[in-house]
Ligand binder design. Structure first.
Ligand code: ADP
Ligand code: ASP
Ligand code: MG
Length: 421
């Protein structure tokens, strides 16, 4: 069985939906399970809705209108082939509207977030599945939440592998062997049947979870680029395709922030030796990148640029050393608040870390640091440049006009934290 994943960019409009159907038609007669994300930037719009609803800003109705119009435009552009979807999309939008019309008495932002953002994937999969049916491509729409079981760490849920594998192999496999399956990425459910999500961009990971549990022959992630490149082509004109990549190199690139693949995607595939193909949905005849354990060693430096980043320097109010006990406390606070440290550096009296700039998490952390007797200094609007597999590479051109605030080298990797001078 093959697992395909189509991201938001591939289904951002009616043309995208038709293109996905075209790609699937090349595989008719084969066993395929398709994982699809929310259309275009819909998850960002739904995030805005969550903020408006949770913080009572009064703009929820206006955002809801945008969400409705965005999907209606796609349905209208699909014309007759979307007749069946109108009902389904209306029902889902109604459900969402009812949810955000009720006053919010809930305190857990992350819980509310998951109950709302999941609608992007639920709607997109309905539209694609119905479009395929209208084009006589038999398929089965499946609610991924019936199969992907997680804990209740909302917005960053961990998979319950034993339950998920049992459900997928006993209940989904027989279906997927007979029918083309269309399902959602990114979403799951917990033990009390609440919706959970796997972290932004988590649909790649969903595809890997299905592949692992179904012992799939391969996973193909269809992208708007030709494959995994040695830099983001939107930021670096010199970016070139990496035709073959080992699982380990791919994990490192994704972990440091090459946003072409979600970092958690590779582990389940590596565990079952399932190859990952990253290919272009614009040029589906091209081979793209193959990630496997057969790859030739990586022969070029790879550049990963992340911004905006923040650097936080912590020290103790009473000038005591920052040693094991304090570090344990700091890491517990970061983990509880789901803050990931990109790079870290410590000295006797300070601990510095760099992470994605995230206002909502930071306001909670400030209080915790204060209570723990920690003094903090924050620098925002920074960039993190990572060079993987080429620590000797010259970076002068890339850092020109910028100040290097922190530098870290290892045998394979160079990290530079940069600020505008
Ligand atoms: P999806 O539609 O699946 O969500 P994304 O937009 O998340 O796709 O990922 C594709 C984008 O990733 C590309 O358009 C490209 O700008 C970016 N990207 C970042 N790093 C790389 C890289 N190393 N190779 C290829 N693309 C990259
Ligand atoms: N729709 C989700 C997001 O935009 C998941 C994904 O696209 O992978 O983060
Ligand atoms: Mg994406």
């Amino acid at each position: 069985m093959k697992i395909f994943k189509f991201g938001g960019a591939s289904v951002k409009d009616a043309e995208g939906v038709r293109n996905v159907a075209g790609i699937l038609s090349r595989y008719s007669g084969e066993q395929v399970l398709v994982v699809i994300s929310a259309m275009g930037k819909m998850t960002n719009m739904l995030e805005d809705l969550v903020h408006a609803y949770f913080h009572h800003t009064g703009s929820a109705i206006a955002i809801m209108k945008q969400i409705r119009e965005f999907h209606y435009q796609i349905l209208s552009d699909l014309g007759e082939d979307s007749i069946q979807s109108i009902n389904d999309v209306d029902n889902l939008l109604l459900e969402l509207e009812c949810l955000v019309e009720n006053p919010n008495n809930l305190e857990d932002f992350d819980f509310v977030y998951d109950q709302i953002v999941c609608f992007g994937e639920l709607i997109s999969t309905r539209i694609v599945s119905n479009y395929l049916l209208a084009k006589q491509t038999r398929n089965q729409w499946i609610d991924a939440r019936n199969f992907i079981l997680t804990d209740n760490r909302y917005r960053d849920s961990k998979i319950d592998w034993a339950k998920t594998e049992h459900l997928i192999s006993s209940r989904l496999k027989p279906l997927a062997e007979k029918n083309l399956v269309i399902t959602q990425g990114f979403i799951g459910r917990d033990s009390v049947n609440a919706t959970t999500t796997l972290g932004r961009e988590g649909s790649d990971y969903s595809a890997a979870i299905f592949a692992y549990c179904l012992h799939a022959e391969s996973v193909t992630i269809w992208k708007d680029v030709s494959g995994v490149m040695n830099a983001d082509p939107r930021k670096f004109a010199f970016a070139q395709l990496i035709p073959e990549l080992s699982y380990n190199d791919c994990i490192e690139l994704a972990y440091y922030g090459a946003s072409v693949i979600h970092p958690k995607t590779i582990q389940p595939l590596k565990a079952r030796n399932i190859p990952l193909y990253v290919r272009s949905f614009i040029h589906p005849d091209e081979m793209g990148t193959t990630v496997s354990n057969q790859a030739k060693p990586l022969n070029m430096p790879c550049y990963i640029h992340k911004s905006p980043q923040m650097m936080v320097e912590l020290s103790t109010r009473d000038f005591t050393f920052i040693v094991e006990d304090t570090l344990r406390e700091i890491f517990a606070m970061l983990a509880e608040n789901k803050v990931r440290c990109g790079i870290m550096q410590n000295s006797a009296i300070s601990f510095k870390f760099v992470s994605d700039q995230n206002e909502s998490r930071w306001s909670k952390l400030k209080v915790l640091f204060d209570n723990a007797g920690l003094v903090y200094e924050i620098k925002e609007h920074l960039e993190l440049l990572t060079v993987y597999n080429g620590v000797q590479t010259k970076t002068d051109e890339l850092t020109a006009g910028k100040k290097i605030l922190m530098q870290q080298n290892s045998a394979t990797t160079l990290h530079l934290v940069l600020s505008h001078q």
